[in-house]
Design a protein around this ligand. Structure first.
Ligand SMILES: Nc1ncnc2c1ncn2[C@@H]1O[C@H](COP(=O)(O)OP(=O)(O)OP(=O)(O)O)[C@@H](O)[C@H]1O
Length: 225
């Protein structure tokens, strides 16, 4: 699904941040991505969804070399990857349900109201459909953001420190939702420095692997979960 060959990346004006990475993220896999603060986890995710392009080497996503993609090609690729950030942003004047449906609205696609209702139920947000985002708790915001990230039925979901601001119970609920997405066939990548979160996945009967960024390289860390 995503293949990196000898990929290197550095921000303009800075030195190399990630060097000579060769790895593959197969369809249906579940990976955690760990590494010290500033090691390049967010950068790695941004490369995967073509928000950044490699400085050298190759990144192939869904069979396409991202460096050769047109603007439309990149837009198509982004629709296949739902992204969840630590501090999800919403349009504060719109109700939660409309915020969740926004990717469809922006793409000019019809909103299937029953599917939206089901999605709200899946993230336990049915009671907050008409609320505005500023009225939500941190956990509710993240669950709404996850619903928004999957409303276009992406093949892959990438989450960047999705539980960074959440208490343990809320973190577990979010992790459970990510595991359920993986069971339904979606490829999942979760960047986190929370080792307890990774350990908790062991109890959830998911075949997760741990990638660690260290010394500009990404390596599989230890045994699979
Ligand atoms: N747009 C940018 N321009 C220049 N340098 C950047 C940019 N974004 C990030 N960096 C630098 O690249 C390095 C890696 O940043 P990145 O956010 O990928 O790390 P991270 O592992 O996700 O960190 P954290 O765990 O603290 O979120 C950092 O030194 C950061 O300052």
């Amino acid at each position: 699904m995503i293949e990196m060959q000898d990929l290197s990346f550095g921000y303009r004006g800075g030195g190399a941040l990630l060097s000579n990475m060769t790895l593959s993220l197969p369809a249906g896999s579940f990976h955690f991505l760990t590494g010290p603060s500033g090691s390049g986890k967010t950068t790695f995710l941004r490369l995967c969804y073509a928000d950044l392009l490699p400085s050298a080497g190759r990144l192939t996503a869904f069979g396409h070399d991202v460096s050769g993609l047109s603007r439309d090609g990149i837009a198509m690729l982004r629709r296949k990857i739902g992204v969840l950030h630590q501090d999800a942003q919403f349009l504060d004047h719109l109700p939660v349900a409309e915020n969740i449906a926004l990717p469809l609205t922006v793409a000019g696609q019809p909103v299937d109201m029953q599917a939206l209702k089901d999605l709200l139920g899946w993230v336990s947000m049915s009671g907050h459909a008409r609320a505005v985002p500023p009225a939500l708790s941190g956990g509710e915001r993240q669950r709404a953001a996850l619903a928004r990230a999957v409303i276009m039925s992406p093949d892959m979901v990438m989450a960047d420190e999705p539980t960074g601001n959440l208490d343990w119970d809320m973190s577990m609920r979010l992790l459970q939702l990510l595991v359920e997405l993986n069971r339904s066939g979606k490829t999942i990548m979760v960047a986190t420095h929370d080792m307890d979160l990774i350990r908790a996945a062991r109890q959830m009967d998911v075949q997760a692997r741990v990638l660690r960024i260290s010394g500009q390289r990404v390596q599989l860390a230890g045994a699979d979960l």
